[in-house]
Design a protein around this ligand. Sequence first.
Ligand SMILES: NC(=O)c1ccc[n+]([C@@H]2O[C@H](COP(=O)([O-])OP(=O)(O)OC[C@H]3O[C@@H](n4cnc5c(N)ncnc54)[C@H](OP(=O)(O)O)[C@@H]3O)[C@@H](O)[C@H]2O)c1
Length: 366
Amino acid sequence: MSKALEQAAQGLGHTRPNPPVGCVIVKNGSIIAEGFHAFAGAPHAEASALSKLPIEEYADSTLYVTLEPCSTFGRTPPCTEAILRAKVARVVIAALDPNPKHAGKAISILGSSGISVTTGILEKEATAQLAPFFKWITTKRPFVTLKMAQSLDGAIADHAGQSKWITGEEARKDVRTLRAKADAVLVGCNTACEDNPSLLRDGEDGSAQPGYRIILDSRGRVSSSAKCFTDGLAKLTIYATSKHCPEEHRKQIEATGATVWVLPTEFSFANQHPTLSLDALFAKAGEQGFLHILCEGGAELASSLLNRGLVDELIMYIAPKILGATQKHTFGTYPFDLPTAPRFSISNISKIGADVKLTLKPNDLI
Ligand SMILES: NC(=O)c1ccc[n+]([C@@H]2O[C@H](COP(=O)([O-])OP(=O)(O)OC[C@H]3O[C@@H](n4cnc5c(N)ncnc54)[C@H](OP(=O)(O)O)[C@@H]3O)[C@@H](O)[C@H]2O)c1
């Protein structure tokens, strides 16, 4: 099953709105076929693994799959049929389908046809890998990972506003691999204006790969000449704005090939003006099949997400540096009261180059 999880990992960031699933088929103690779901419309992991050899080779094999096989017609035929046709003897499943309409259905179809079915193998690992899909299928909202990089004393810039770079090259490279696993990267308009980031992902060979970028700019402050609109990949840029953005600016952005979402605003007590409704943003992103969004800040957007309880996973890169007096704190926009402050449990700590990477889960999800 760990090999099946490795297969599934190859689809991360590419399968929306479908789940990243992996499959490995074993016969006489050897792996005879592997497969993963590469993108929506491509064969499912089981169908992909079952297409690698002549069908008779699969008789009496064991099929390991990270998510319960589908049993209904979607873009592709049901995987339960392909498994029955191949005369597989045993099916081992890590996680069950969270969709109540399908949960357990494949198990009864396969079981009633004489196939031995085992469930729950490496379920925790599969559930972690499938968490964005599970959230989306049950709430129609994307899973939100918030990533921030800061000094030891919680600063994202020094007293003069310098923010490049707080963490080292290895940590920044690690961020580009986080991007590769998400469907889209999200930033606030100050980050887009001040840093003019390209927000590209790293491919397996280290090359820059295209991925969706979402920029929040309710009043039309980000220039249409920013990198995200002019790097030849504008069709992968989503510009989320509001009726407060001048129409001419909206048209200029549209002319670059970017998609414009006009969203409702809500009054922000922190900065005393209307900002985009994050609820409307994630509803729209969910509607478009985005399973997993990686928010890369800045501080104001990160604080808004925390304030509204919208963070499903927090990743902090902490540089062993002290920046002292500064106006720029990682989550400095809202004051939180100690008894009710957002709390997290640490699920992983690692050293990346000279920096520390903390992966945290909000306490209410544990
Ligand atoms: N260390 C790190 O990890 C990290 C990461 C990213 C950025 N940064 C640094 O952070 C600085 C920028 O951060 P920042 O805090 O000034 O701004 P920001 O979070 O990048 O952008 C905030 C702006 O986004 C717009 N926005 C729209 N809807 C929003 C919503 N619902 N909630 C919050 N903002 C919303 C607002 O402007 P409108 O109301 O005009 O739309 C708001 O003023 C830069 O210096 C950058 O280098 C550091």
